[in-house]
Design a protein around this ligand. Structure first.
Ligand code: DP6
Length: 331
């Protein structure tokens, strides 16, 4: 194999029950089960070429070459090493990756990035993994990437066996016409990444409470998705989002992802709901607010969100597909 190339595309996902904390940080085996929806409107596309002529891995993200010593490059190179170990090769790779959403928008792209990278890199070296194996491998690059491999509504269960913690689809994208209307309020790169947050979680005195409450909430959210019951889903996901931030804020040292703009969008959503619009919020480890509603209300929610001064951009997402190979290479 002198040269071999493959390209793949994957969507980010929004967690309705969040992954926060690990049993095993190095292998990214999570403390708890989580559940998400792939975000159909936004995606990462990645081309990987292994080439014997390369002396080092070369990484190009949205047209700019990553500094070899940067944390992002180190993380991608570590993932390429996992793929090389599977294929039993030493060959270096050129990786080009593009997001169709602004990278400064504070939308977590590590899930779509590592899902697309895992699929493209394994295919480029001629290793054909099934969905479960892809999910296990993507998880080691970024935990939430495990959930960007299968389509639609996805659950990722933890396990005491690292090879047994992977994500599967609980319902296909067309199961429920749910929407995630992302109100982008911050263009800033967050100062504390999720990886640090996962490590800090166990320092919060409230983590034990959270872990006790989670199995019940997980099953409520799962049931609500299967039954397409927004009135059951909504309160559970809001409770979950606030709890994630409570754990972050009570970690030692504390992590604040809150911002005044975020609180303003949350309060607006509560007001719209009081006025009769069926909309609920969830949050990521960042300042953006994800407004969850059914498709019939998405335009009303998006229009209202655009009317908030602090909202810079609104992105309406239907449930998205799983990671897939694409014909068109980026180079
Ligand atoms: C709050 O998957 O970004 O979005 O494994 O360190 O890459 P790493 O963490 P990451 O954590 C996601 C945290 C979250 C919740 C979630 O997506 O479940």
């Amino acid at each position: 194999m002198a040269k071999q190339k493959a390209s793949a595309s994957a969507h980010p996902n929004i967690a309705l029950v969040k992954y926060w904390g690990n049993r095993d940080h190095a292998l990214r085996v999570p403390l708890n089960d989580s559940l998400s929806m792939n975000l159909g409107e936004i995606h990462t596309t990645t081309t990987v070429e292994f080439n014997v002529k390369l002396e080092h891995d070369r990484l190009i993200l949205n047209g700019a070459e990553l500094e070899a010593t940067s944390p992002a490059a180190t993380r991608v190179v570590a993932h390429l090493a996992r793929v090389r170990a599977r294929a039993k090769i030493e060959t270096k790779a050129r990786v080009e990756s593009k997001n169709n959403f602004p990278s400064g928008a504070g939308i977590a792209s590590s899930a779509s990035a590592f899902a697309a990278l895992t699929l493209a890199a394994t295919r480029a070296v001629g290793v054909e993994l099934n969905e479960r194996e892809l999910s296990v491998l993507a998880r080691q690059g970024s935990g939430s990437a495990a959930r960007s491999i299968p389509p639609g509504f996805v659950e990722w269960l933890t396990s005491w066996d690292a090879n047994n913690s992977y994500a599967v689809s609980v319902a296909p994208p067309e199961h429920w016409d749910l929407r995630d209307v992302i109100a982008v309020v911050s263009a800033e790169e967050k100062t504390i990444g999720s990886t640090e947050g996962h490590r800090a979680a166990s320092t919060s005195p409230f983590l034990v409470e959270r872990l006790n409450a989670l199995p019940g909430r997980f099953h409520r959210v799962r049931r609500a998705i299967l039954a397409k019951d927004l009135a059951l889903l909504g309160p559970a996901i809001e409770e979950e989002a606030i709890e994630l931030h409570s754990i972050a804020m009570t970690s030692r040292p504390p992590i604040y992802y809150w911002s005044p703009a975020m609180v303003r969008v949350i309060q607006s959503a509560l007001k719209w709901r009081a006025e009769g619009l069926a909309v609920y919020f969830t949050l990521d480890a960042g300042a953006n607010v994800h407004l969850i509603c059914e498709s019939k209300d998405a335009e009303a929610v998006a229009t209202r969100a655009r009317g908030i001064a602090e909202v810079q951009q609104v992105i309406v997402n239907a449930p998205g597909a799983g990671a897939r190979l694409v014909e068109q290479h980026l180079f």
